[in-house]
Design a protein around this ligand. Sequence first.
Ligand SMILES: *Cc1c(COP(=O)(O)O)cnc(C)c1O
Length: 364
Amino acid sequence: MSVQYRPQIKDLVPYKPGKPIEDVKRKYELTEVIKLASNENPLGASPKAQKAIMSILNNLNLYPDGNCTDLRAVIAKKLSLSINQILPSSGSDEMIDQIAKTFLNDGDEVILADVTFPRYLTTTKMMGAVPVIVPLNNFTYDLVAMKKAITTKTRLIWLCNPNNPTGTMFTEKMLIDFLDFVPKNVVVVYDEAYNEYVTRDDFPKDSIKLLDTYPNILILRTFSKIYGLAALRVGYTLASEGILANINRIRGPFNVNTAAQVAAIAALSDDDFLKKSFDVNLEGKEYLYSAFKKLGIWYAPSETNHIFIDVKKDCQKVFESLQRKGMIIRPMYKTYIRVSIGTMEQNRLFITTLSEILHPCGKE
Ligand SMILES: *Cc1c(COP(=O)(O)O)cnc(C)c1O
């Protein structure tokens, strides 16, 4: 006799995180290792957020505020929304799970892109729903093909804009055209984890206003990327009060910890840190673009803090060679890798190391 597992989890594969720096140091006996694998903020976190965490050390015995009252109030004020249109979570990852648990039944069709953020597929399968996978077109979300994939069984659609891992975006016009087409009983999850990095002005900069027109949309944001708080696990979702009241039924009672709540509030007030993070990212992106051009490396135009490139060699081999030299990136598939944009020093080191590997004789 043995325990029985839900059949829905049979094919799921555990998430493979970017390799920790300490593992790589030990394995290759290196002293310096740089990680450009998980789209983390290379500047660290806002000093205001760090200071805020120190203030809670005397209260570690107390449960967090399960309703995130202060954090929701700060976000509500900033975005001119009702506090009931805001629901924080332990990172967007947790919210993606909660959305799947709230809406998906066995056999429901769920539309998602390939390639995109892997958690959408995992949670869809976890609930026994049927993934309907729409390939990217030229490394960009194909909203026209996604429209065509909608049937009477479609329950939910996952969108990521700009997209991880390709860094590409779709425009406000395309998004509105899409939302106008989608039946209002179909849930649209709009994940904008990287929205703060976008430079193009045809991006849906003011996504909040979509909430007025589309009662079926959920907008996901995170403090893990430009705010540099990935270790604390905190993000938030904007949606109608009705949708969030239903997600609240399945939410764990204390899902966002106290350190995360106070740090997120402080981070929201630190415009200097945000601006500096944006500027360093943009400078790094332009440097990397020009270096890739010199090396003859194709890249997808990125509106994020990472770049998807074609190294024209098996991505796993390039990943291992880079790692041996103390550089962690993310191998994707075939000859594609994703590299997070670091500080200028890290970017330069990445380019030197990559060109050593791709052109070992010093030839270009
Ligand atoms: C990093 C990332 C998230 C997850 O963020 P957390 O808040 O750290 O869970 C969600 N969506 C996308 C597209 C991401 O790249």
